[in-house]
Design a protein around this ligand. Structure first.
Ligand SMILES: Cc1ncc(COP(=O)(O)O)c(C=O)c1O
Length: 368
């Protein structure tokens, strides 16, 4: 199951192919060219550890253009170009296709985004107001609908890294985890997943991924030690991690399951057992993207949501009454919340468009 955040195409000649596509005016990206254990900041920490599938995908993955604002003709052009290049033929000439044209996507909303922005500007209320509360409720309802649950809670944050960090800190404080407590993260993900674990003052452990780019439950199982407290799967590329298998594994070992859903807006996040606790990013390129930074924690645990909200607001439940000595200022501002409310109404439609573009690639590139 996928919401097609990214279309990952695998090629043995990835870098040459990328260069050829760039010369033909087709923009691509790699997600991600360096796995976590090979990042300069982590290389000494994970010296001697190998995660072969993460290394293979890091070397072969090429993200093809994918955006709800793309036309089907553009997708056909990209697919034809990849096919020609892989067959050693000249790429047919055509118009440029950018990796993700966010200005075109923004323009496709007509004046609705501008109207929402004007409403906030004129209101004179820019932080912690009715737009953020309304968005939290609407996004919680949206996620609950996808998960087949009657209620979820949402707490808006300043960005996805903060959302994941605050979620981990709240769990640490509630469960009495320590600096030695280990959280297992897939070895191929955006760096923020790993950084959140360290920012929360926990120990980072890695496991390998499946060929789909998702946390490999078998590899995660072998990484579990007596110090392990949580599994942190990522819905990489918009693909749903194996939540059934992973929640069962978490259950057997008494671990928390924390979902990095930064790339998974629109996926059903329900788990077989244990709590639903997920962090989202609303970075502009995400399936639900703000026009700036934003993030959120979504959970079925109302107390956990209240704890995250307090952590994100200087440790205060009431103004000027601070119960947490170490807390943060990490809030979703009114402007971004108002814009996200507009974009949320079109998220399913945008995801369906992503899926149509992906289907064109699937069909054209299946047997290369
Ligand atoms: C998998 C993953 N986790 C976390 C993040 C962090 O989100 P943000 O950039 O909003 O801090 C991102 C976003 O780039 C991401 O892709």
């Amino acid at each position: 199951m996928t919401v097609h955040h990214i279309y990952p195409y695998r090629s043995f000649h990835r870098d040459t192919l990328r260069q050829q596509l760039a010369e033909a005016g087709i923009g691509t990206l790699c997600h991600y060219p360096v796995p976590i254990h090979r990042q300069p900041c982590f290389a000494s920490r994970f010296q001697g550890e190998d995660y072969p599938m993460a290394e293979t995908l890091a070397a072969e993955e090429l993200s093809l253009p994918l955006s709800p604002a793309m036309t089907e003709a553009e997708a056909e052009r990209v697919a034809a170009a990849v096919k020609a290049a892989e067959a050693g033929q000249a790429i047919p000439q055509g118009d440029p296709v950018s990796y993700s044209d966010i200005s075109r996507l923004t323009a496709s909303y007509g004046t609705t985004l501008e109207e929402a922005a004007c409403r906030v500007i004129r209101s004179g209320w820019y932080v912690q107001g009715s737009e953020c509360r309304a968005f939290e409720q609407e996004f919680a309802n949206y996620c609950a609908g996808k998960a087949g649950l009657w209620q979820l809670h949402c707490v808006g944050c300043a960005n996805g890294l903060d959302a994941l960090t605050l979620l981990l800190i709240a769990l640490k404080q509630r469960n009495g985890w320590t600096a030695q407590s280990e959280v297992i993260v897939p070895a191929l993900t955006f760096i923020a997943t790993a950084q959140a674990v360290l920012r929360a003052g926990l120990t980072l452990r890695l496991c390998d991924i499946t060929p789909d780019g998702l946390m490999d439950p078998m590899s995660a199982a072998t990484a579990i030690t007596p110090q392990t407290v949580a599994l942190l799967p990522v819905h990489l590329y918009g693909r749903r991690a194996d939540l059934d298998e992973l929640s069962q594994l978490a259950d057997i070992h008494g671990l928390a399951l924390v979902q990095d859903a930064a790339q998974g807006h629109g996926l059903p996040l329900d788990v077989k057992s244990g709590a639903l606790q997920a962090a989202f990013s609303f970075y502009p390129g995400k399936n639900l993207g703000a026009l700036g930074d934003g993030g959120a924690v979504v959970t079925d645990d109302g107390e956990l949501a209240a704890h995250v909200r307090q952590l994100a607001n200087y440790g205060a439940k009431e103004k000027y009454c601070h119960e947490m000595p170490e807390a943060f200022n990490s809030r979703l501002d009114e402007l971004q919340a108002a814009l996200l409310r507009v974009k949320l109404t079109r998220l399913d439609e945008d995801n369906a468009r992503r899926s149509r573009i992906a289907a064109i690639y699937d069909k054209a590139l299946a047997r290369i």
